[in-house]
Design a protein around this ligand. Structure first.
Ligand code: DHB
Length: 519
């Protein structure tokens, strides 16, 4: 009942936000006023990758009729050359690996970072260098189809007639754009190689958040006004088949608290603490412990947050991560000699990690964000900008906003001991209670949708996080994976040893998983 009420409320609040953005249409640049055809055959513009002759590319296909930023609201698609005839028509006979043009999964890869807008990735012609470009060629060799998707982000603006600029890419627009891209692919199924029933979303960090959001918000009505506004294919669905996410930055309204749960008692050189921030941190850590237990994941934290079945489960994930690392041929001694808290038994292949606190006190990882990690006092985070007002005039305070009502609540409770700081900050965070901010926050938090009967979920999720990632607390992706499992969704969660905030992955890790869910 509550959920249904929230959905109605959100559609209303988001519609108001959308109307603010609609006024931007008049101000679009000349080229932006074009109406784009959503027929793949009209837009496709393919080129053969000449050096290696391994792919065909369809580049810069705009996925909605009325983009404000056609360079971003677009897809670059690459397919194994074998899937196409010389004239560009689809060859349904040829096999690449285990797939044909009719059965190949379509990897829907977004390069969103820090909620910024991004053009679709362009495959470079050299395949010799390590890194993403090499992986992508490997995907094509496996017979997968790749659709790189771009999207607008928190700093996309359009100019108004009076010379001011208006923000058109604040939350949840990046996600909306990516949904439009999926609808475009489905609307054009059969005109290019790949099975649109097997779209696998993939992204890292903020892009990882987008990826899991695509996986749990499929066909949700709360994004409809925005999709209509940009001229997306409204007669199509936008659910995806499976989701890969690397180091996703999610649960934003609880992520600052989770950060204190993980790092709270530790300072780092760049982030020294005062008595006030220590008290604030402790209160946030406690609040997160309560949130985690409230998720009823089947594992709990003790009241002080430092033990309990959830804590043990998370430690086990680190141990499993190290065991996998060794199984893949890495020498365990280098790490076990360096870190006292880590041991490895050669006889049974089992690792032991003493405590989460040890990871921090030993310097294996350290706090890389201040107290108020995601919703900062000075409104300086990427998230503060992401939750700026849709339609804000650039240069005004509305461009960056506080969004954590939980932090507003806590500041009230600290007023007795820290009247000055509390008074200074409380007023600022109070603004986070605005309905339109909370509608944006809701629309960008995948946790809210896992048990929402009105959205279509991906069938398979794989979430990978580096053990040295400190951009968000490890408990975030871990608890999300457990929430998915609780909902009966096939979920693989892996902590990738010694990887930082990156596409934390093993060689062929993603490819093998795709095979396992598609073959
Ligand atoms: C990203 C990193 C962050 O630390 C964050 O808060 C948001 C996004 C990113 O790399 O996309």
């Amino acid at each position: 009942m509550y959920r249904r009420f929230m959905s109605l409320f959100l559609v209303l609040a988001l519609c108001l936000g959308c109307m603010a953005a609609c006024s931007t249409a008049a101000a679009e640049e000349e080229e932006d006023n074009r109406t784009y055809s959503l027929d793949f055959d009209q837009q496709k513009n393919w080129t053969i990758e000449t050096k290696k002759k391994v792919t065909y590319g369809y580049t810069k296909m705009v996925y909605c009729e009325h983009p404000t930023h056609p360079g971003y609201q677009a897809i670059n698609m690459y397919v194994p050359a074998e899937y196409l005839n010389e004239d560009g028509s689809v060859n349904t006979e040829a096999k690449v690996g285990d797939y044909t043009a009719l059965t190949a999964p379509i990897l829907y890869i977004n390069s969103v970072g820090a909620y910024l807008g991004v053009a679709p990735y362009k495959l470079k012609s050299t395949v010799t260098r390590a890194g993403q470009n090499l992986w992508y060629y490997n995907y094509l060799k496996k017979g997968f189809v790749i659709a790189f998707a771009g999207a607008r982000g928190r700093t996309q603006n359009v100019e108004l007639p009076d010379g001011t600029a208006q923000a058109v890419g604040k939350a949840p627009i990046g996600l909306v754009d990516l949904k439009a891209g999926i609808r475009f692919l489905k609307a054009n199924a059969g005109k290019f190689p790949g099975d649109t029933g097997k779209i696998i979303s993939n992204g890292m960090s903020a892009g990882g958040a987008m990826s899991v959001l695509l996986g749990v918000t499929g066909n949700s009505g709360i994004y409809t006004p925005y999709l209509e506004e940009i001229g997306a294919c409204m007669d199509q669905t936008d659910d995806v088949y499976a989701v890969q996410a690397y180091c996703p930055i999610i649960d934003l309204e609880n992520a600052s608290q989770a950060y204190e749960w993980m790092f709270g008692s530790h300072e780092s050189r760049d982030y020294p603490q005062t008595d006030f921030t220590k008290a604030f941190s402790a209160a946030m850590a406690k609040q997160y412990t309560e949130r985690l237990n409230g998720l009823e994941l089947g594992f709990d934290l003790e009241a002080d947050g430092k033990g309990g079945s959830f804590y043990d489960w998370l430690l086990n994930q680190y141990e499993a991560g190290f065991e996998a690392y060794v199984q893949r041929g890495n020498d365990p001694k280098k790490d076990t000699d360096t870190w006292e808290w880590l041991s490895y038994d050669e006889t049974d292949g089992k690792a032991k990690v003493a405590s989460l606190d040890d990871l921090i006190s030993s310097g294996y990882i350290s706090r890389s964000k201040n107290v108020g990690a995601f919703d900062a006092y000075d409104c300086s985070t990427a998230e503060n900008s992401e939750f700026g007002k849709l339609g804000a005039i650039v240069g005004t305070e509305e461009e960056k906003r506080h969004f954590s009502t939980a932090m507003a609540d806590l500041l009230g409770t600290l007023a007795g001991d820290f009247p000055e700081e509390s008074a200074e900050y409380a007023e600022k965070y109070e603004t986070s209670r605005d309905a339109d901010i909370q509608a944006q926050v809701w629309a960008m938090n995948p946790y809210h949708f896992v048990e929402d009967g009105d959205t279509t979920k991906a069938q398979h999720f794989r979430i990978c996080v580096g053990t040295k990632d400190t951009d968000t607390a490890p408990v975030i992706a871990a608890s999300f994976a457990l929430l998915l499992k609780k909902a009966g969704i096939d979920t693989t969660y892996e902590l990738i040893w010694n990887e930082i905030h990156t596409d934390a992955e093993y060689e062929n890790g993603f490819e093998d998983w795709v095979d396992s869910v598609c073959r």
